[in-house]
Design a binder for this molecule. Sequence first.
Ligand code: ADP
Length: 225
Amino acid sequence: MIKAEDLYFSYTGSPPYVLDNINLEIRDGEYVSVVGENGSGKSTLMRLILKFIKPTSGSIVSRTKRIGYVPQKNDFSNSNFPITVYETLNSYRRLLKIKNKSVIAENLEQVGMSGFARALMGTLSGGQSQKILIARALMGNPDLLILDEPSTGVDINSQQEVYGFLKKINQENGITIVSVEHNLDAAISNSTLIYHLKDGQGHLCTPGKYAEEFLKNKGKVDDNA
Ligand code: ADP
């Protein structure tokens, strides 16, 4: 589904590279957590998958029909612009040129937020607004979902709900998930694979193997532990 071959990337177009000879294959149906220190290139890799930017050399392809993207959670509570949950989803529906408005109710139900259509985004908790962002990303019926730190600003109980939901759509709907993760516990307990970026290089392993390495070098695997 996603394949990077001899992928090099730098923002200047010349060395040093942020991503330095990446070879990575992610098959359909995986749930991959991308981990690594701040500045290790996690977001850059996501931007490459999303085709927001192009490789400096080498290639990255994703054989997907539709990609859903959940950006890092905006702080709606700081927004002076009052917008309801319904309006947030409806503007995205128009963007995707989906004619049927019932898709909004369906998406809200899917994430367990049916009663919140009229709520102002600024009044939602971190977990609730994250669910709305996920609902929005699912609107186009994606086969690949990319997330950027889904637990940031989300309380512990809602984190469990959010990860439970991601696991469910991965297992039951077969949606491939690639998620940038600071939350190593979440990465280990929820994903099927972990991709660890360090010094421009990437290493793909099972959560079990990663946990083993992590415990062995407790605190040394990365700064975010
Ligand atoms: P991470 O997501 O792991 O924190 P990033 O992909 O954001 O890492 O950043 C990787 C490196 O690229 C960092 O050194 C960062 O400063 C640099 N970088 C990120 N975005 C840009 C940009 N738009 N222009 C120039 N350099 C950038």
